[in-house]
Design a protein around this ligand. Structure first.
Ligand code: GDP
Length: 366
């Protein structure tokens, strides 16, 4: 999963990116979390369940689920007309599954009143809308030609594109357009920027973290009308500092500020929620590992997350929920209580399922 960090210059994107990527390496065992390129970083999804599972299975290593964050600089007003890094910026955004939109809500250097934070968000939103409208025009032309040529699906795609043009023209993101049967796939293939879920991150002053300041409330109202979207408040600079402290000092600093947990942890969890992602686990002596799947995915597809051969040769999944394992304290007890289930390929995986896949394949007895 790839999440792009966007926002106007000086919103705090790089500061947040550093906090997300650098600070977390020490926390997650031996797995190499790294910055792939200067602006791309792989970040583990915090999950307290892994340590418990690894203890039960005497695992040598813990491998958490990961999210890839990309710091996408270069958005300025006029990007859709090629200003700033215009086209390069937009092409990069297209590759993302979701966006974290950093909004400057701290004072200083022309920093924010409620109105200006909202104005910043609208500037970015407008550029994305304009870029989508332009892309839709080109796509409509192509699909109309295909429709004339008698291509079956072209008329349906045209109808959707026309509705989208109207919707975007009203200042609404593609994501909020009600879709008919089968239109989700068409929308997906249109690669629109405003079809991506957005997490608005209000970058607030440390002093504003404990309560909700004006700009944060204003953005919450905005997000309600431009959803599905989520809003959270962090102080990017504080998060960067926390990353340099050892855990007990970090906890003390958070307590002094009246904040319950690290904003970065919250942000990663919210991005996961927003994308409707969940984790299932595998646990053995070599490793305990979290795997990411989309809510509603079935057992065979989940097996495929681990390896294509698991999906092809799928026989069954042996599943126990984390909650049951935790309650009964061991696999044997959970089994004795009848909580260890055999599930077929159509079983819909649940967040926290601990699974063992049985499959047949070359060199495998099943
Ligand atoms: P970008 O252009 O969006 O990548 O913004 P930067 O991350 O480079 O931040 C712009 C400036 O704002 C830098 O001088 C940061 O130190 C400062 N800054 C970023 N986050 C915070 C914050 O949470 N509080 C304060 N006071 N300053 C911040």
């Amino acid at each position: 999963m790839k999440v792009g960090i966007v926002g106007l210059p000086n919103a705090g994107k790089s500061t947040l990116f550093n906090a997300l990527t650098r600070s977390r390496q020490a926390q997650v065992g031996d797995y190499p979390f790294c910055t792939i390129e200067p602006n791309v970083g792989v970040v583990p999804v915090p999950d307290g369940r892994l340590a418990f599972l690894a203890g039960l299975a005497h695992s040598e290593a813990i491998i958490p689920a990961v999210v890839e964050f990309v710091d996408i600089a270069g958005l300025v007003a006029g990007a859709s007309r090629g200003e700033g890094l215009g086209n390069r910026f937009l092409a990069r955004v297209r590759e993302m599954d979701a966006l974290v939109h950093v909004v400057r809500c701290f004072a200083g250097n022309g920093g924010a009143e409620a109105g200006s934070a909202l104005g910043d968000v609208e500037t970015v939103a407008t550029e994305l809308l304009l870029a989508d409208l332009e892309s839709l025009e080109g796509q409509l032309e192509r699909q109309r030609r295909r429709a004339k040529g008698g291509e079956k699906d072209a008329a349906k795609i045209c109808a959707l594109a026309e509705r989208l043009v109207k919707h975007l023209g009203n200042g609404q993101e593609a994501l909020s357009l009600p879709l008919g049967e089968g239109e989700g796939d068409y929308l997906g293939s249109m690669c629109l920027l405003t079809a991506k879920p957005v997490l608005y991150v209000c970058n607030v002053a440390e002093a504003d973290l404990a309560g909700e300041s004006g700009p944060v409330l204003a953005l919450r109202r905005y997000a309600e009308g431009h959803g599905p979207a989520a809003v959270c408040a962090v102080s990017a600079r504080l998060e960067e500092e926390l990353g340099d402290l050892d855990p007990s000092d970090a906890a003390q600093l958070l307590a002094e500020l009246g904040v319950a947990d690290s904003g970065v942890d919250r942000l990663i969890r919210m991005a996961y929620e927003l994308l409707r992602l969940a984790s299932f686990f595998t646990a053995g002596e070599k490793e305990t590992r979290a795997w990411t799947f989309r809510r509603g995915m079935r057992a065979a597809a989940c097996a495929g997350v681990i390896h294509g051969d698991f999906e092809k040769g799928f026989i069954r999944a042996e599943v126990v929920s984390f909650a049951d394992l935790f309650r009964f304290g061991s696999m044997a007890e959970a089994r004795a209580a009848g909580r260890y289930r055999m599930e077929g390929k159509d079983y819909r995986f649940q967040d926290g399922d601990v699974a063992l896949f049985r499959f047949s394949g070359p060199g495998r007895g099943g």
